[in-house]
Design a protein around this ligand. Structure first.
Ligand SMILES: Nc1ncnc2c1ncn2[C@@H]1O[C@H](COP(=O)(O)OP(=O)(O)OP(=O)(O)O)[C@@H](O)[C@H]1O
Ligand SMILES: [Mg+2]
Length: 65
């Protein structure tokens, strides 16, 4: 287990974040085309930064890949 999200056996259904997720998926596409860059995800504690990245990782690679 690398994070508390992976350690959890039940996650609440993922809601919202369509714009943020879309922006990050665009960045992923750019990176695959050789136009990689850095993204800083910053917000108040507990707002869902890790869950957003966890969900995107899951969508791109499959759960826990
Ligand atoms: N979009 C969402 N839909 C449903 N649940 C969410 C969503 N975003 C976050 N959560 C839930 O809220 C809780 C806190 O989220 P998370 O750990 O991602 O916050 P964080 O911003 O990374 O916090 P920290 O700054 O402490 O690292 C988790 O239980 C997570 O599953
Ligand atoms: Mg976090």
């Amino acid at each position: 287990m690398r994070s508390r999200l992976e350690a959890s056996d039940h996650l609440t259904p993922f809601v919202g974040r369509r714009i943020g997720a879309g922006l990050l998926l665009d960045c992923w596409s750019h990176a695959q085309e050789g136009r990689g860059g850095g993204v800083v995800v910053t917000a108040e504690p507990g707002i869902g930064k890790s869950r957003l990245l966890f969900t995107l990782h899951d969508r791109i690679h499959g759960r826990f890949a």
